[in-house]
Design a protein around this ligand. Structure first.
Ligand code: FE2
Length: 397
């Protein structure tokens, strides 16, 4: 790749100086959005460990028959506390986009949620809650209680160019073959292993599909170790910052239509941990630019690395099925996730519907230290287009 091209893709890091209007953003803080990394903080393959150890390295067989270690069924007292806080929030008339911990007190659950946040960030990186009474509460109260719970884990970031801070994973009839325009969460297609553009992702199941739509998760660090043993050349390819990721048309003024990044990163500072940013749909949808000679096409080594990564994730994954009232929270730093293709029930039965939260955990509040200019920004990551304000709708649009 020509050095000139690399330089042209640098973006000025003006973000932290941005102070959006409170009239648009309830707390005066804007989602920072997708960025290029600070290339001078990207570490070479030689700086990566041969093997990662610790709680973030887990195998499916460690958990498949031990749900008590990763499933928490809400008890009556917890549901009562969530219900009371949600009713008070609804009565206050505050819009959903203005929800924050102070407006959603959970005095007895708080210590548990603090330890769970730590477990997500620094431990195994996933949890499945059960027994959220979505059918009893309906979509509005469920959304309030879900977002209220989310305030104890991170800050809401916008998930798309429409400013959605409460996302809806649902088939909108969008065509999944139009991968340069369509985000797969709006279709019934399979989602290959990937990480979302935020620190923690939550999925609350409101309605299930007739078949499929099942969830797979894998420890990124277990995948990394396995690849280091079996395919070190693949890991080296994945550490090089020459992977282009499509913005799929969700572009702010002055931005390139894509970012350029490695797949495997290291945190900044001494003893930085390994983390991944990956989504094959976003990498493979850029032929409109590579065909025109604007960016290089995926090299044979990259195409091979993408396939080996997917195959390895699939081989090592922990499978789970989300039932109505289940909430899955995952770390995106060190867990990759996928879902199978699915088929909805015929109408008038409801379509499969998951409410999604994208949560940010800035490095100043215990989050991972990312080599990005927004690492300390409260609402780091996400997808932000210009000054689109946050919106929290109760269903897909
Ligand atoms: Fe995802």
């Amino acid at each position: 790749m020509a050095p000139a091209l690399v330089e042209s893709l640098r973006e000025p890091s003006t973000l932290l100086d941005h102070r959006p209007s409170k009239a648009l953003f309830p707390d005066g803080i804007k989602t920072s959005g997708q960025q290029n990394p600070n290339y001078d903080q990207i570490q070479p393959y030689s700086a990566f460990p041969k093997e990662i150890v610790g709680e973030t390295v887990w195998k499916a067989e460690d958990y498949v028959d031990r749900p008590e270690q990763w499933v928490h069924r809400f008890n009556e007292r917890e549901i009562g506390e969530l219900s009371k806080a949600a009713d008070a929030f609804l009565a206050s008339g505050t819009p959903l986009t203005g929800i924050m911990q102070e407006k959603f007190p959970l005095p007895t659950m708080q210590p548990y949620l603090i330890s769970m946040r730590n477990e997500l960030l620094n431990g195994k990186g996933f949890i499945l809650f059960k027994g959220f009474p979505v059918e009893k509460w309906g979509n509005h109260k469920s959304a309030v209680a879900y977002m209220g719970l989310g305030t104890y884990l991170g800050y809401f970031v916008s998930q798309n160019g429409l400013g959605h801070v409460l996302g809806h994973v649902k088939d909108t009839g969008a065509d999944p073959t139009q991968i340069d325009k369509v985000r797969i969460y709006r279709t019934t297609a399979r989602q290959f292993f990937h990480a979302d553009d935020c620190d923690i992702v939550g999925l609350l199941c409101i309605a299930r599909s007739l078949e499929g739509g099942e969830s797979d998760i894998v420890s990124t660090h277990h995948v990394f170790n396995t690849l280091q043993r079996e395919h070190p050349e693949v890991v080296e390819t994945l550490t090089q910052p020459n992977w282009y990721f499509d913005r799929k048309g969700e572009i702010s003024e002055g931005q390139e239509p894509y970012t350029r990044q490695p797949v495997f990163y290291k945190e900044t500072g001494a003893d930085g941990r390994v983390y991944a940013k990956w989504d094959p749909y976003y990498v493979k949808s850029l032929t409109r630019f590579s065909d025109a000679g604007i960016i290089p096409p995926l090299s044979p080594a990259q195409a091979h690395a993408a396939q080996v990564l997917e195959d390895t994730c699939l081989r090592l994954a922990l499978h789970m099925i989300l039932e109505i009232g289940d909430i899955q929270f995952l770390s995106n730093a060190h867990v990759l996730h996928a879902r199978t293709a699915y088929k909805d029930y015929p109408p008038p039965a409801p379509q499969r519907h998951l409410m999604r939260l994208w949560l940010a955990t800035p490095e100043t509040e215990g989050g991972w230290k990312l080599p990005f200019s927004d690492s300390a920004h409260k609402k780091r990551g996400g997808v932000q287009v210009n000054d689109t304000p946050p919106r929290a709708l109760l269903d897909a649009e």
